[in-house]
Design a binder for this molecule. Sequence first.
Ligand SMILES: Nc1ncnc2c1ncn2[C@@H]1O[C@H](COP(=O)(O)OP(=O)(O)OP(=O)(O)O)[C@@H](O)[C@H]1O
Ligand SMILES: [Mg+2]
Length: 447
Amino acid sequence: MSPPSDDALRHTAHPGEIVGVSEDVWMEVIDKMDQVYSDLLQYEVALEQKNAKLEESQQFILSVLTSMSDIMLVCDRHGIIQDANRSLEAFCGRGVDALRGTSLFELFVDPLAAEEARRRLFGQGAKEVHDCELPLRARDGSAVPVSLNCTPRFNAVGKSLGMVMTGRPVGELRRAYQALHEAHEDLKRTQQQLLHAEKMASLGRLVAGVAHELNNPISFVLGNVHALQRYAGRLAGYLGTIHRGADAEEVEAARRSLRIDRILDDLPSLIEGTIEGAERTRAIVDGLKRFSAMDRDEVEDFDLVEVVERAVRWVCKTAREDFRVELALPPRIALRGSPGRIQQVVTNLIENARDAASAGEAPPTLRISASLDAGRVRMCFDDNGPGVPAEILGRIFDPFFTTKPVGKGTGLGLSISYGIVERHGGTLAAENRPEGGARLVLTLPEA
Ligand SMILES: Nc1ncnc2c1ncn2[C@@H]1O[C@H](COP(=O)(O)OP(=O)(O)OP(=O)(O)O)[C@@H](O)[C@H]1O
Ligand SMILES: [Mg+2]
């Protein structure tokens, strides 16, 4: 085909029109360009937003890494360091740029440690390693044992990329442990002191009770002995008259003036009273001896009823006059264990009931009852106090928990009792009775 002639061209081309392209086509091209341009603008805005987000999250990660006190590094599968945090820089005295691209094994103090690290950290494939203690070289060249943790890193399709290693100088852990240990020791010492204070306080209460109890027989023994002394003087005078060989009339006169017949009438009751007083004193001392056996954990067969009665006697000596204890117990409850320890438990339960019940208007009363069932004794201590407030019911067995004023209670009574009862194979629990007042329930295996 021949090319169009100049004439033909001139004929079809209007001004502003390229030959062979219509105006419509041009409009279409311009439209498309507009659209592309606006798409580009949109992409740019989205890109900028994404960039800002990326930067933000990078900042966040950086701030986390920087503020981490543990050392941390990221390495590839061959142990070549890809990144490290500020703590590692500070620890080894090299900047992160200097660290990047070097082998992580250079961080260890000597080739032996590096070899050990290679075996333990890389020896088992992509596995986590925890608390692996190895020496790293600190910035001053010294060897510092570090507890290392390694976690493998994977890409999106699960291919191993290397790992993340974190570590904490063991010295720091040891220091923290040491501080904890010291605090614990301090606490134990304080607890011992408080235990001692509790012992002294119960000793004080005991001594007060004993003093009160001894006072009575001793004072009447003393009174009797004074009377006997006076009588002895008069009898000596009378016998003197007889021995002098005085006549019957004189002797009779002396007998009347010295009131010898009255002395003879009085003597048996005086002597009896003195013996009784001395015996009561001995009984008290016996009781004391048994009480002092409390510190010994001797295992023996004993009667719980006897222990309860003894404890009631002791507590009542220091209680309000109107404190009443009702006992509803079988004649004998045979147990095996330490009677001294069980007495300590019962004494504290009675003391607690006395303290609680004394707070109310009504005369303080405690009822102790026991039932035997399937080889176990169940003993209830029911008082007419206000009961244990629900919010502290779960805490009264805690050591040092007390609602009593300073100097009145240590809060050790129930916690020590709980331990004693547990060692005897029993249980101790507290509840509130629907009719009011607290009930402490003690169960123990029968002998
Ligand atoms: N029968 C009871 N009624 C009401 N509250 C009680 C009763 N028994 C114990 N509690 C509460 O339990 C707390 C702890 O008793 P616990 O015997 O352990 O210590 P404490 O009696 O306060 O002191 P301590 O026994 O050393 O003299 C008491 O302070 C009291 O608040
Ligand atoms: Mg108590």
